[in-house]
Design a protein around this ligand. Structure first.
Ligand SMILES: Nc1ccn([C@@H]2O[C@H](COP(=O)(O)OP(=O)(O)OP(=O)(O)O)[C@@H](O)[C@H]2O)c(=O)n1
Ligand SMILES: C[C@](O)(CO)[C@H](O)COP(=O)(O)O
Length: 251
């Protein structure tokens, strides 16, 4: 049994308000690029056999060098992404299909992750792979901390309040039985239907497929706006401290 990961790392980072030539994936947290943290977690996850990355053409060389420098042996391909996140993922799916055709190996599960979520832990990846294999689909999420309301038709005003106990904030890596993910993306491409996550495509094209909830902690943030870098430094420091305490307890 094998499982693959797709890392979407081809965004422009508009909401980060970066300076010309800066890349969100290469901003540093704890002295290492955002994407380094992300790739390390997938390298360490025992359940992952191969990693496919979609990135900006100008970042391919940088990621190839990082692969060599840090010995990221699971990286199978680094290819150009597309216009939208979904197009970048589709490019990797297309490549995975070719890979399946040449190797004859159909991975049981495929996980799709945002390159901009650097704090996913390798044991969480392993859990999500295992639950995706068991249920056919598994998505990480956290409980919202704020009350969430619709915007009214007159967008200057609030509409109704949503029942928070029935809401979850959805994250990545999202895991699926490989055939389900591939087919969902193919249907979406045919119908030119776009969604903000992969689970939404599976919900639309395979409504009978239940998606298992995997509750993570609040560490699995996506670096989206400038203040996230400061939050990321704090989360990284806390995760390092936890790892040190755990290794001291073991010894
Ligand atoms: N065409 C795109 C757009 C986004 N992504 C990736 O999808 C993930 C989630 O997207 P987001 O945080 O929105 O990143 P950006 O698109 O870079 O940010 P923004 O929307 O602010 O421009 C990121 O890892 C991003 O690199 C991608 O691979 N290809
Ligand atoms: C996939 C995702 O990270 C789940 O929260 C999110 O939907 C990506 O959205 P973005 O607008 O591309 O940041």
């Amino acid at each position: 049994m094998s499982s693959y990961a797709i890392i979407a790392a081809s965004g422009v980072g508009k909401r980060m308000k970066l300076q010309e030539g800066q890349s969100k994936q290469l901003l540093e947290i704890g002295g290492y690029p955002v994407i380094y943290h992300t790739l390390s977690a997938f390298e360490q996850a025992a359940s992952i056999d191969a990693v496919f990355i979609a990135t900006k053409p100008e970042s391919i060389g940088i990621l190839e060098s990082m692969k060599k420098k840090y010995g990221f042996s699971k990286i199978e391909s680094i290819i150009p992404g597309g216009k939208e996140r979904q197009d970048s993922i589709y490019n990797c799916i297309d490549l995975i299909e070719k890979h399946i055709a040449t190797t004859g190996v159909l991975p049981e599960a495929i996980l799709v992750h945002d390159g901009a979520r650097p704090f996913i832990q390798s044991w969480e990846i392993d859990d999500i792979v295992s639950l995706s294999m068991r249920y056919g689909a598994c998505v990480p999420a956290t409980k919202p901390k704020d009350t969430i309301k619709y915007i009214a038709e007159n967008s200057d005003f609030f509409g109704e309040t949503l029942d928070r106990s029935r809401l979850l904030q959805v994250q990545t890596p999202q895991g699926f039985a490989s055939k389900t993910l591939i087919q969902a993306h193919k249907h979406a491409r045919l119908e030119q239907c776009y969604a903000t996550d992969d689970a939404a495509l599976v919900e639309k094209f395979f409504p009978e497929q239940n998606i298992k909830i995997y509750e993570t902690g609040y560490h699995n943030i996506k670096i989206t706006t400038p203040e996230d870098i400061h939050l990321a430094e704090a989360i990284y420091a806390k995760l390092l401290l936890q790892q040190e305490t755990q290794s001291l307890e073991k010894n």
